[in-house]
Design a protein around this ligand. Sequence first.
Ligand code: AMP
Length: 195
Amino acid sequence: MRFMFESVCVFCGSSPGTRPGYAEAARAMGRELARRRIRLVYGGGDIGCMGELSRAALEAGGKVLGIIPRRLFERVATAEPTELVIADDMHDRKARMYEASEAFIALPGGVGTMDELFEAWTWRQLGYHSKPVGLLEVEGFFGPFLALIKTIAGEGFMSPALVADLIVDDEAPRLLDRMAAAPPIAYHKLQESRG
Ligand code: AMP
């Protein structure tokens, strides 16, 4: 059987966004992970697209690991995932999310989502891990983001190989298949800087 992940970390908005398509995509991702028996690792919240994602995975019989920092746990509603880890702070939470997962996927979201996406991707380019990073495109949300990334590469601040390293798809099943088939490390910044 072809390789498939056991645990995938998904970053997405704690808001629902303005278009129904965002919540629908979050639910589709949650269901697809459950269908493939892939454990969902996520931020633990029960609001916005995060809540849609985790509830859909749980309703479809999937395993869900929520990792939430203590400060947020005390203030916001959490979903009832199959496992909930209370992390010390945001740094601890991210470290635990990254350790518990074999791949990272971002859906549309706000600065929290962008922060998590960029950190996972930055760590990959430096060789801290070789786990693939992908985007689930929904209704063109990531178009301006991808244009910015291409501008950054065009202006010489990142390698075009790193741009190509980000796997973008608008279908959850295809995105997961492409990520599972991705080479362990397509690009390594330190190798490049050594020439
Ligand atoms: P944002 O994209 O700014 O809505 O933030 C979403 C990301 O930040 C998620 O992937 C979470 O890891 C984290 N986050 C933001 N708000 C919450 C919350 N209320 N509960 C749990 N995690 C949150």
